[in-house]
Design a protein around this ligand. Structure first.
Ligand code: GAL
Length: 681
């Protein structure tokens, strides 16, 4: 796995569902496929979890049923994505090889009866995965109707058994030249934690109190392990699929289990599973929470992505699972498309009569008839079919980014210091404030291509190493504006405190400032300066060290230590500007700050100010334009009213309504929950 390369342009927009034909008599298939077609669908995902139907006994493969299902789907005009079934090993496999069963951090062996109960590092399991994936690819790798592959399903946790423990030790031996180096890097003298032999190192138990160095290493190890797990199948699939079919896996972003930027580097496109609760326990669509999640999926390869799973109105895994409101699923799909999804697939078409997910939302009821949500889905299907020629080969091209890393997120999450310091919420707040300006915003890694961005916010870039500092300074020197957020530049990649005041030697020198002290806040503090507002949760006493460092914000008088102290600094560096924000402003303050920063960076905000609940997103023909030039390309603008009240919006440039082809005047009337797709500059 090397460079993270953008996915190839998509010739069309895909709309479909997860279909499990093995749950149903074949006599029912055509009825289901007819209904899919009537709902405007053009793709199904099949096969994942179907290991026991594909290989009911060792080496007795039976894919005829799958071939017939794919053929029936194709006859209805539906393309197929095949999921490899490896998240659900059959009973014969784990009975023959109990050694492949996953061991939890508590030592409990996971047994047959659920899913994901395998050790992804176990060579016997890997061999079986390669065999079934290779066998499927041999059979379907040149099938005309198969357009892609999904490896496994939502990679979950590593095993904590002996195989994983040994592999972890090998990983550490590669990272540290000897045990002394590891002990020094992890401050082994503290609590006499130093190890005498490699064998003494055990995986973290996640019951609290784990060593931060061990946790950080385990996170990196998990990324490496799952990446290798994907490669094991991708390699053998590609032998037969060539470049005719894409290879991906479906990931979630709300749990920091692997670094998606690394995981997807060797895969053809990023596929995300998107449920309303992704990131927060929500039952209704929140454009901030879902937006940051989708932007993070797009940011993985800085390219369009697939929504491989999304909910058809309800789920079954919250404390309460109310239905989304009428019209909300339509808004959700357009919200996903607006954020760069080239495909949206519902999970799932119809629930199996029994088993764990009987009550999850689906499109077909237990009696075989469409559920009420089906009609709304069919409306969206028809709309997407109409818009597909317009949307195909377009992508979101943002000139602003929010930078995050999975490692920082895990690090902060494992030691928040203030319960309210939820790193994902922190990311979401800065993202949402920028989005309030009516601009597109990428959420990506600091290791991604940064040179197209005029402005980058890095809400909590905790872990620094010299290469990253150099990269960020080069971005600023070349004209970018980089604003670091609280807790940035505090640790090295082993989670050790850096031997310098935050935000680290080199970034601090460029900023001409440093963090003197950090405080957890228990009540809001006022802020004044270039903007006015208030902040909460976290406050840092900043000090300017250089005469040309500008204090942009100061804390008000409320806090005994922070009263009057600088809360935000900026300074010119090369052709750009570097800044540091030492607190967590509330939503209106962050929105004001975002507006101020956009103006500083020369990011045009033709739609601003947007009323609350109104969201504007743009897609343009692929091929990223250089800074500024992109603004002149024709774009598709998706305007969604997520609020419960109607709004009249000034339209900043001439547009035509993509549905009717009629030119629109200078105002757009959007009823509560309505959306518009506009073609304009
Ligand atoms: C996903 C998973 C699906 C299904 C769904 C239910 O995370 O990939 O297989 O379980 O959740 O919401």
């Amino acid at each position: 796995m090397t460079q993270n390369t953008p996915s190839p342009p998509s010739a069309t927009i895909r709309f479909g569902c997860a279909w499990y034909p093995e749950h149903w008599p074949e006599s029912r298939w055509d009825a289901d496929l007819d209904l899919m077609v009537a709902a405007g669908m053009n793709v199904v995902r099949v096969g994942e979890f179907a290991w026991s139907s594909l290989e009911p006994q060792p080496d007795r493969f039976t894919a005829d049923w799958l071939e017939r299902a794919i053929a029936r789907a194709a006859a209805h005009g539906l393309a197929t994505v095949i999921g490899t079934p490896t998240a659900a090993p059959p009973a014969w496999l784990t009975t023959r090889h109990p050694e492949v069963l996953r061991v939890g951090p508590d030592g409990r062996v996971h047994r047959h009866g659920k899913r994901c109960h395998f050790d992804p590092l176990h060579p016997v399991y890997l061999q079986h995965c390669r065999r079934i994936a290779g066998w499927l690819a041999e059979r379907f790798g040149s099938h005309q109707a198969v357009i892609g592959w999904q490896i496994d399903n939502e990679f979950s946790d590593l095993s904590h058994g002996p195989v994983a423990a040994n592999a972890f030790r090998h990983f550490l031996r590669r990272r540290f030249s000897d045990l002394d180096q590891l002990n020094r890097a992890w401050s082994g003298a503290y609590w006499s934690l130093a190890y005498d032999t490699w064998d003494q190192i055990e995986p973290p138990d996640f019951r609290g109190g784990d060593h931060p160095g061990l946790l950080a290493a385990w996170r990196d190890f998990a990324t490496e392990a799952w990446t290798a797990y994907a490669v094991n199948q991708a390699e053998v699939i590609r032998v037969h699929a060539g470049s005719r079919q894409f290879v991906t896996t479906n990931a979630t972003f709300e749990f920091a289990r692997q670094d998606s930027h690394v995981l997807f580097a060797g895969l053809d496109l990023c596929a995300a599973d998107v449920y309303l609760g992704s990131g927060a326990p929500l039952v209704h669509l929140d454009p901030g929470w879902m937006g940051v999640y989708l932007a993070a999926a797009r940011g993985v390869k800085q390219a369009p992505f697939w929504v491989m799973e999304t909910q058809p109105g309800t789920i079954d895994w919250f404390a309460a699972n109310p239905a989304m409101d009428p019209g909300e699923v339509r808004r959700m799909v357009f919200h996903q498309i607006a954020h760069g999804a080239d495909a949206v697939l519902f999970w799932q078409w119809r629930s199996a009569p029994n088993c764990q997910e009987q009550y999850h939302g689906c499109l077909i009821g237990q009696g075989g008839r469409p559920r009420p949500i089906y009609d709304e889905v069919a409306t969206v299907g028809a709309e997407l079919r109409q818009l597909a020629p317009l949307l195909a080969s377009t992508s979101v091209q943002a000139s602003v980014a929010v930078l995050w890393t999975y490692r920082d997120r895990g690090l902060i999450d494992s030691r928040r210091l203030h319960q309210g310091f939820d790193p994902w919420r922190h990311l979401r707040d800065q993202y949402a404030a920028l989005r309030r300006q009516g601009i597109d915003v990428d959420v990506t890694s600091p290791w991604s291509q940064l040179d197209g961005y005029r402005l980058c916010l890095a809400p909590h870039l905790a872990m620094l190493d010299p290469a990253l500092e150099e990269r960020l300074l080069a971005y600023v020197a070349a004209g970018g504006i980089l604003i670091l957020g609280p807790r940035s530049g505090t640790r090295d990649p082993d989670a050790s405190l850096l031997p310098s005041d935050p935000p680290g030697d080199r970034l601090g020198a460029a900023l001409g400032g440093h963090v003197r002290e950090s405080y957890c806040l228990t009540s809001p503090l006022t802020l004044a300066g270039d903007i006015a507002g208030s902040a909460d949760i976290w406050g840092e006493w900043l000090e300017a060290d250089a005469p040309d460092t500008v204090v942009n914000l100061r804390f008000g008088p409320e806090h005994p230590w922070l009263a009057g102290k600088p809360a935000m600094l900026t300074r010119n560096h090369g052709r750009g500007r570097i800044g540091y924000l030492g607190t967590w402003p509330d939503e209106p303050t962050l929105a004001a700050l975002a507006a101020w920063l956009c103006d500083l960076a020369g990011v045009s905000r033709p739609w601003a100010p947007l009323p609350p609940g109104i969201e504007v997103s743009g897609r343009r023909l692929r091929g990223r334009a250089s800074k500024g030039a992109g603004d002149r390309q024709q774009g598709v603008h998706i305007v969604i009213n997520h609020s419960a009240t109607g709004h009249v919006l000034p339209v900043p440039f001439p547009v035509i309504d993509a549905f009717t082809g009629a030119p629109l005047g200078t105002t757009l009337h959007l009823a509560a929950g309505a959306l518009a797709v506009l073609i304009g500059e």
